[in-house]
Write a protein that binds this ligand. Structure first.
Ligand code: NI
Length: 202
């Protein structure tokens, strides 16, 4: 590269670096609309909860201090998304070996009317036995789902029965209870395994 060309290239780099630095300062400015919006999106997923496990024990967020965990909202009468996800999580737990014992996987029912601890226990026998089912008072489940910004909705069926629409992603929370990523529905197996293995160390 000729000297003059290199000088031009360096000058161009300096200009673009300056623009990047300026943009970063704008975003980080306290009270700035862009900065505050970004903070909102990163700190408010997750929060306190206290529910009952499929074994009938109380479990709260404080019990999980120091333990990374994955959270999935669903219900045992789910025709497809929940069994598929629980099966895929079971497969991933098996794939990461001993790391699976360093984290918890929570299946939180958004259908407490039908999902008693006993119903959850029977349902979870089909999956990795380390998956913890959670249920409880509707208001307590609603508070947790809201804290995780999960979507769920009761949908009446023609025969008088009902089903539930719900968020299909798995929330990944680090050992401090902070949101650290998601596993999307039917994400490729390798990626799912990698994310769970990584979570075990967060
Ligand atoms: Ni489901």
């Amino acid at each position: 590269m000729a000297v003059s060309t290199m000088t031009k290239a360096l000058a161009a780099f300096a200009v673009s670096a300056g623009i990047v630095a300026f943009a970063a300062i704008q975003l980080a400015a306290p009270g700035g609309p862009a900065g505050s919006r970004i903070v909102d999106e990163t700190v408010t997923i997750g929060g306190p909860f206290k529910l009952t496990t499929h074994e009938g024990a109380a479990l709260s967020d404080t019990d999980l201090e120091g333990t990374p965990f994955a959270v999935f909202f669903g219900f045992t009468h789910c025709p497809e998304v929940c069994p598929t996800t629980l099966w895929e999580l079971s497969e991933a737990l098996g794939a990461i070996g001993d790391d699976a014992d360093r984290l918890k996987v929570l299946f939180v029912s958004v259908d407490p009317e039908r999902d008693t601890p006993e119903a959850l226990a029977a349902y979870l026998q089909s999956f990795d036995r380390r998956i913890v089912g959670l249920t409880g008072e509707a208001a307590d489940i609603e508070a947790m789902a809201n804290a995780y910004r999960a979507y769920w909705k009761r949908v009446p069926l023609e025969d008088g029965d009902y089903t539930m629409d719900h968020t299909a992603s798995v929330y990944l929370m680090n050992s401090e209870g902070r949101f650290s990523g998601m596993i999307s529905y039917e994400e490729v197996s390798d990626m799912r395994v990698r994310k769970l293995r990584n979570l075990a160390r967060l």
